[in-house]
Design a protein around this ligand. Structure first.
Ligand SMILES: Nc1ncnc2c1ncn2[C@@H]1O[C@H](COP(=O)(O)OP(=O)(O)OP(=O)(O)O)[C@@H](O)[C@H]1O
Ligand SMILES: [Mg+2]
Length: 457
């Protein structure tokens, strides 16, 4: 280790080096080669799909679980047993129902052998700090979700932890309560009212991460690892309307919705201002990507999801924020973005900043009865989707107005890998059948032009 490394090492409050984690006999690691360094003054957010090991990493850093490989260092020394410098706030509050608020908060100090009087005065101060004044004698069942989580925060802060961990602390709360508590927490943190020197927060909420964090680590799954580290915004740029904020949110969406792509490459593209459509970023790692692509990538979206989303947005005024849709429809961001991409391809809607806005034709589609709906879809599909246009053109030209599916797939393989070509074909068939452009017989693998579209003889 060089002198410079030595200095850096001593500056870290807490670090993990090359941490691995296996559970039981499972040969697939839950965490693979994870390294992270936590420094004084920083707020770090962990984002990533379910199962990518974010909670496991927090437990390992808190000393509640041993890594299977690698080291955890506290101020440069190996961690043994529970980490006394860390307190955790959990999503589930984890309060004891038979203890009142004061007792629940004091609990954090019991393990530290703090004398009773000091326990009481410190707990009372933590309760004041977090806005629970007057609720000392209330029991958890008498409290709203937001108040329960305040108890969770007070219990963590009462030990004056050097490092505060929060594992999705706001996700069990309704939106307004979460926003309120988040703002208060941020104020406490920025005012340095708490003795805490660093915060690590796991969240599924990109906006939350961007609002709070100085550094954002995006995790990937299977095995869990850090895909990329992003610098957070300057305080001035964190306001809701800044362009820098919109760009960062968009970039994180792009990274998270392309889980198989090289995240640093996506960041690089974004820095160079090459705003390519999401679809082509997604296809970028395929070996076929270097070949000339004749077709756009159709997102793997069923016609039901597609029409359902356009109708839903039509029903609530023709526009909606992606985040609200994700919340209200209980959909994962990546699934939702695939559908939005499909509405964009078809000309039904566009993503503007973080809003989906229906086009006039999209609004008409949303308001129509089945027959007109199909007619609109048919026209848009033929105009906008090259693959459907080409299939219909070939069917029209063929003497029997039929085509063998394998021929179409073979042609697609000039543009896509084998598996992807098949998936593209299946999506096109789903959309084309709905539009009544053609029929498809699964058993014979034959596409047949719809009667109505046959040229007059
Ligand atoms: N005690 C355990 N025993 C066995 N497997 C576990 C244990 N704890 C976690 N896992 C597995 O480890 C993987 C990572 O889990 P973890 O809870 O850390 O993910 P996460 O990123 O926090 O996910 P989420 O976003 O859903 O909270 C999952 O596949 C999970 O099933
Ligand atoms: Mg978790």
């Amino acid at each position: 280790m060089s002198v410079a490394d030595d200095v850096l090492e001593s500056a870290a409050l807490l670090s993990a080096r090359d941490v691995m984690k296996y559970f039981g006999d499972d040969r697939r690691p839950v965490l693979e080669h994870v390294s992270i360094e936590l420094r004084e003054g920083e707020f770090v957010a962990l984002l990533g799909p379910s199962g990518s090991g974010k909670s496991t990493l927090l437990r390992i850093l808190a000393g509640l679980m041993e890594p299977s490989g690698g080291d955890v260092l506290v101020h440069g020394s190996p961690l043994v047993g529970p980490n006394p410098n860390v307190a955790i706030v959990f999503q589930s509050f984890a309060l004891f129902p038979w203890l009142d608020v004061l007792q629940n908060v004091e609990l954090g100090l019991l393990a530290m052998n703090v004398p009773e009087e000091e326990r009481r005065s410190r707990a009372t101060r933590a309760i004041d700090l977090i806005g629970l004044d007057g609720f000392e004698e209330a029991f958890p069942k008498e409290l709203s979700g937001g108040m329960k989580q305040r108890v969770g925060f007070a219990r963590a802060l009462v030990v004056q932890p050097e490092v505060l961990f929060m594992d999705e602390p706001f996700s069990a709360l309704d939106v307004l309560t979460a926003e309120n508590l988040r703002t208060e927490l941020q104020d406490l943190w920025l005012a340095k009212t708490m003795p805490t020197k660093a915060v690590v927060m796991v969240t599924h909420n990109i906006d939350e991460a961007v609002s709070l964090a100085d550094r954002i680590l995006v995790f990937g799954a299977n095995p869990g690892h850090i895909r990329v580290e992003l610098k957070g915004l300057s305080p001035a740029d964190r306001s809701a309307k800044s362009a820098a904020r919109a760009r960062l949110v968009e970039l994180i969406y792009r990274i998270m919705t392309n889980p198989d792509d090289d995240a640093p490459a996506i960041v690089e593209q974004s820095i160079q201002g090459r705003t390519r459509p999401i679809a082509s970023v997604r296809g970028a790692k395929s070996t076929a990507a270097t070949r000339a692509r004749r077709y756009q990538v159709l997102p793997d979206v069923s016609i039901d999801d597609l029409t359902g989303l356009v109708q839903y947005i039509g029903g609530i005024g023709g526009h909606a924020a992606v985040q609200d849709l994700s919340r209200d429809l209980q959909m994962r961001a990546d699934d939702l973005l695939a559908i939005i991409e499909a509405t964009d391809l078809l000309g039904f809607g566009a993503l503007q900043e973080r809003q989906v806005v229906l086009t006039p034709i999209g609004s008409r589609f949303a308001d129509s009865e089945t027959d007109e709906e199909k007619a609109i879809f048919r026209a848009q599909a033929l105009d906008h989707i090259a693959l459907l246009h080409h299939i219909v053109r070939d069917l029209t030209a063929a003497p029997t107005h039929t085509l063998d599916a394998e021929e179409v797939i073979d042609e697609l393989e000039h543009s896509f890998s084998g598996e992807e070509a098949r998936r593209q074909f299946e999506t096109a068939v789903d959309w084309g059948r709905y539009a009544e452009l053609f029929t498809y017989d699964d058993s014979s693998g034959e596409l047949t032009l719809d009667e109505e579209h046959r040229p007059a003889r």
